[in-house]
Design a binder for this molecule. Structure first.
Ligand code: IDP
Ligand code: MG
Length: 149
């Protein structure tokens, strides 16, 4: 079973879309393993977005992600990384398909509501950056027999 890191960015919290976003992930059948509300320290944000260092939008991105509380979560399921990315939609909400989180709920590249890891390897390192193993919840869901073949 694969795990992925999801962040509801400060715009999602401010706009009251935390429940809406979680609802979409839950309804797909993904399983919530960990969740917390936090304000990301700048040092953690710069590690999280290290791949974008030096790009024109980097400073704005760091300022934005550290500007207010976010909700950080770990979600588990078959191909969870790809499934979450497809539920999110394209990075630019103007290009995101209707039916996706960004395509239904956002308009701006810098205010696109949600982060999801883009590969299993990145998921592993991003999960380690945001959570300690003590914060994971191992539990059985009886409903899984109706989700997993
Ligand atoms: P992703 O969030 O879909 O994985 P990335 O390319 O990893 O997209 O970029 C990280 C975040 O940086 C995006 O979600 C978006 O908020 C912001 N971003 C990416 N490209 C641009 C840009 O060209 N201008 C402004 N912000 C950008
Ligand atoms: Mg990315």
């Amino acid at each position: 079973m694969q795990r992925t890191l999801v962040l509801i960015k400060p715009d999602g919290v401010q706009r009251g879309l935390v429940g809406e976003i979680i609802r979409r992930l839950e309804r797909r059948g993904l399983k919530l393993i960990a969740m917390k509300m936090m304000q990301v320290p700048r040092e953690q944000a710069s590690r999280h977005y290290a791949e974008h260092q030096g790009k024109a939008f980097y400073e704005g991105l760091l300022g934005f992600i550290t500007s207010g509380p976010i909700v950080a979560m770990i979600w588990e399921g078959r191909e969870a990384v790809t499934v979450v990315r497809s539920l999110m939609g394209s990075t630019d909400p103007l290009k995101a398909q209707p039916g996706t989180i960004r395509g239904d709920l956002a308009l701006d590249l810098g205010m696109n509501l949600i982060h999801g890891s883009d590969s299993p390897a990145r998921a592993e390192s991003e999960i380690a950056l945001f959570f300690s193993a003590a914060e994971f919840h191992e539990y059985e869901r009886t409903i899984d027999q109706w989700i997993r073949e």
